[in-house]
Design a protein around this ligand. Structure first.
Ligand SMILES: NC(=O)c1ccc[n+]([C@@H]2O[C@H](COP(=O)([O-])OP(=O)(O)OC[C@H]3O[C@@H](n4cnc5c(N)ncnc54)[C@H](OP(=O)(O)O)[C@@H]3O)[C@@H](O)[C@H]2O)c1
Length: 395
């Protein structure tokens, strides 16, 4: 372990929530370290990394005062009594084990998406968190942003009538893929919970459920087609296309809830091939959701990172198309400068402090989403991601 003598920034609350990060992961600066800088009640106090040099370099670069390295780094950080909450930025297949270990050490957990490999694991994790009075959150950050709340509000308002179908797409062109993923990325490893449905797929699935207020309902998977990844074509999907039927909750729209024709579809791909002669013409990144309603469409551009830029296009069948943006909530709450990760952190801290967050996904939302992902894999003829071999002693 390496300590560096650096006093905390002067305006930090002395009782700020002290986060430790497991893994010097690429996503950690975006998802936690940067948002924490503008949160007066959060300090990133420690990082655990298996490699000594890499861990120390990461800590130095991000001004993290305490570093744990070596083979016991993760457990050592979790055992640190100075730490209140653990951010788990490890490959998917390790989330369950380390979130359970953290909860057993009485730490709150912010767990990267997907929360676990299986629905049963998420159920176990939430049960332990509840038993110990701790907070556990799956980091599907986009649903915390006001843009998705505004889209849901428009759909929910009834101005365009009932929902008929929803389509979500999140795809990267093959040309750009190497800039996002290493050739040996854990995303391509079955044993680490890899696959495109597990990675990019969680976003359109969560967002289309959220925007149509069906986020607590189990969707029925009607079809799924996987494109195998070159490294493990029978178990790891490079891309996935899935269709669902969408049982809208009766409280949201009693008439639509009885209809069988509300459908959803989603497409995700780590590396969509080019088109045209020999596939040489590159495609663009696609990151959008369209809700088709009786009276028109609601389209959300950049639903995954709406804090960067987004727009909501409301296109009635009769009447003028309008464009909206929402960087703050309708009641004025939030800040233009906050991205989805910052809104997510706000919710996490609110929950820990016993306040009411603007959004708090219930365990059923996470558990049903993981069950849907399992069903997608089965329908696509691939094995669902394997459960962790970790056996929790207090679950
Ligand atoms: N919320 C978002 O926007 C977002 C975006 C990207 C990814 N994610 C999620 O965040 C998690 C991490 O993704 P990432 O792209 O940041 O990953 P990454 O850069 O590959 O980092 C993963 C970390 O996991 C640790 N690790 C432990 N065992 C490992 C093993 N057997 N193989 C590889 N790494 C191992 C490594 O930590 P050490 O430092 O200890 O070596 C590494 O730093 C994933 O669950 C992913 O789905 C979320």
């Amino acid at each position: 372990m390496c300590f560096r003598n650096r006093p905390p920034p002067p305006d930090l609350s002395t009782s700020a929530l002290r986060f430790g990060i497991l893994g010097a992961a690429r996503i950690a600066p975006t998802a936690l370290i940067t948002p924490a800088k503008t949160h007066p009640d959060v300090v990133v106090a420690a990082i655990a990394c298996r490699g000594k040099g890499r861990g120390e370099a990461f800590a130095q670069k991000h001004n993290i005062p305490k570093t744990f390295t070596g083979p016991t780094a993760y457990q050592d950080l979790i055992a640190d009594p100075d730490i209140d909450a653990i951010y788990i930025a490890l490959p998917n297949g390790l989330h369950f084990e380390w979130a359970m270990r953290a909860l057993q050490a009485n730490k709150h957990v912010l767990v990267e998406k997907p929360m676990t490999n299986t629905a049963a694991e998420a159920q176990q994790l939430f049960a332990l968190a509840s038993k110990r009075g701790l907070v556990a959150l799956e980091a599907i950050h986009c649903t915390f942003h006001p843009a998705l709340h505004r889209a849901r509000e428009i759909v929910d308002s009834g101005e365009l009538g009932h929902v008929k179908s929803v389509a979500g797409t999140f795809t990267l062109p093959s040309l750009l893929s190497p800039f996002f993923f290493h050739s040996d990325d854990p995303r391509f490893r079955y044993d680490l919970g890899g696959g495109c449905m597990m990675d990019m797929g969680v976003y359109p699935l969560a967002a289309l459920r959220f925007i149509t207020a069906s986020d607590t309902a189990p969707l029925a998977v009607t079809s799924a087609t996987a494109t195998g990844h070159a490294l493990d074509a029978t178990r790891v999907d490079r891309g996935m296309h899935a269709t669902y039927t969408l049982p809208l909750p009766p409280t949201w729209n009693p008439e639509a809830a009885t209809k069988a024709d509300v459908t959803a579809e989603m497409t995700v791909d780590f590396a969509t091939p080019g088109w045209g002669p020999f596939g040489l013409l590159p495609r663009s990144i696609k990151n959008e959701i369209t809700v088709y309603l009786e009276g028109g469409e609601v389209f959300v551009y950049n639903f995954v990172s709406p804090g960067m830029f987004h727009y909501i296009k409301v296109r009635p069948k009769c009447g003028r198309t309008r464009y909206e943006q929402a960087y703050r909530f309708r009641n004025g709450w939030g800040k233009r400068s906050w991205d989805s990760y910052r809104y997510q952190l706000e919710a996490f801290v609110d929950k820990v402090r016993g306040h009411s967050p603007a959004l708090w996904p219930e365990p059923v939302t996470v558990i049903t989403q993981l069950k849907i992902i399992e069903d997608v894999y089965v329908k696509a003829g691939m094995p669902p991601r394997c459960a962790s071999s970790y056996k929790a002693r207090d679950a």
